[in-house]
Design a protein around this ligand. Structure first.
Ligand code: 1CP
Length: 352
């Protein structure tokens, strides 16, 4: 599908950006950098505008979501904005009773655990994405030549919240369902794949110049289980987005053993967690895939000289890959001093 002519990529506004070119495998004159969770609690201006507003409400108020998306771009001069939302927003818009509990994450009063629970799920109507489309219109107008990244959760990570009812490391109910009722498991993940794909497509059509699929918890599955129970559904998401002319980034934590498989579902760029050095990730992927990552967030709390040496090491290792966008190996921790982030961005740009 062609993008609408006013889309920042179609009109050429973002096509020469460092981010878009690096994602396409170009070695750029200076490295592009953005940070997962660059918006959010590390910023005092975020805490201020969020006062008294529930997390999911803030995602569905276009002016507020646009303001929060722009805050880190204005402050840190990063090379991309990531749309302020959450992976569970499309579930909410499809009618699931999910909330984000402060300090915990997504929680559901009534998790989806039986065939009857599944049958009550409704499809996501693209028309209900209006608050998202509106927010993205405001954002791209302010961003100009800086690209916006759209995103969604992969079916496995989303289903882990739907089925467990909240954050869970061990995923006991999900594992039991995979073993005892694989048909129900597959039906739930197929629904989740359609919902998250609709959410991502809506963001791209509204103005995002790249997309990222977050399968944050995929590393909790071994390779064989990932192939059997998660990858086909992630592939369904990517397949349904293939007609959009944007780069597709795929990211998860502790996914060294899954990297090749996660690439194979239809990614064009791999996000690498902080445990896998980029030169090793590049080797695993056969030297043909642009990479994103992977500064260890723990270094944000160390003396500047240590952080600087680590950032330079990440950049040097990233040189082995066909293209490299600098990022963290997971999200910005809420306790981070925002001035450290600003200085790190300047370092990556060669400004200090
Ligand atoms: O009140 C608050 O500030 C809540 C904290 C918060 C924020 C700022 C949550 C709750 N979500 C978000 C926004 C968000 N979530 C963004 C956009 C902002 C940005 O990146 O700059 C994105 C991309 C996400 C994606 C997301 N949500 C993921 C994938 C990325 C990752 O961190 O691995 C996941 C797993 C979620 C679920 C979620 N939402 C919120 C929390 C605390 C969690 C994780 C809970 C858990 O540990 O399972």
């Amino acid at each position: 599908m062609n993008l609408p002519s006013a889309h920042p990529l179609a009109s050429g506004k973002t096509s020469n950006s460092l981010l878009v070119r690096s994602y396409l495998g170009e070695k750029t004159e200076s490295k592009a950098i953005w940070l997962m969770r660059q918006a959010g609690r590390s910023l005092p201006e975020y805490r201020k505008v969020r006062e008294g507003v529930a997390m999911l409400d803030s995602c569905l108020r276009p002016e507020l979501a646009a303001e929060i998306t722009m805050q880190p771009v204005r402050r840190h001069k990063v090379d991309a904005a990531i749309f302020f939302s959450d992976i569970v927003v499309p579930l909410k818009l499809a009618g699931v009773d999910v909330e984000i509990a402060p300090g915990i994450g997504p929680v559901l009063e009534n998790p989806i655990r039986t065939r009857a629970d599944f049958e009550r799920l409704e499809e996501l109507d693209p028309a209900s994405l209006a608050p998202i489309t509106e927010a993205i219109g405001l954002i791209t107008a302010e961003l100009g030549e800086t690209p916006l990244i759209g995103f969604g959760g992969a079916p496995f990570t989303l289903a882990s919240y739907l089925i467990e009812g909240g954050p869970s490391k061990e995923l006991p109910v999900s594992r039991a369902m995979m073993a005892n009722d694989p048909d129900l498991w597959n039906d739930i993940l197929a629904w989740t794949a359609r919902v998250t794909a609709t959410f991502i497509r809506g963001q791209v059509l509204a103005g995002a110049s790249a997309l990222q699929l977050f399968d944050s918890w995929a590393g909790r599955l071994g390779l064989e289980d990932y192939k059997k129970f998660a990858a086909p559904h992630s592939k369904a998401v990517m397949d349904s987005l293939l007609d959009l002319p944007v780069s597709r980034v795929h990211f998860g934590v502790q996914t060294k053993d899954l990297l090749a498989e996660m690439y194979g579902v239809g990614a064009t760029v791999m996000g690498v967690d902080y445990e896998t050095p980029l030169d090793e990730a590049n080797r695993i992927l056969g030297g043909k895939v642009p990479l994103q990552g992977n500064i260890n967030p723990d270094f944000l709390f160390k003396p500047w000289a240590e952080l600087e040496a680590h950032v330079r090491d990440v950049i040097a290792r990233g040189e082995s890959a066909p293209g490299h966008v600098v990022n963290l190996g997971h999200g910005v921790p809420p306790e981070t001093d925002p001035d450290v982030i600003t200085k790190m961005v300047a370092l990556v740009h060669g400004d200090i």
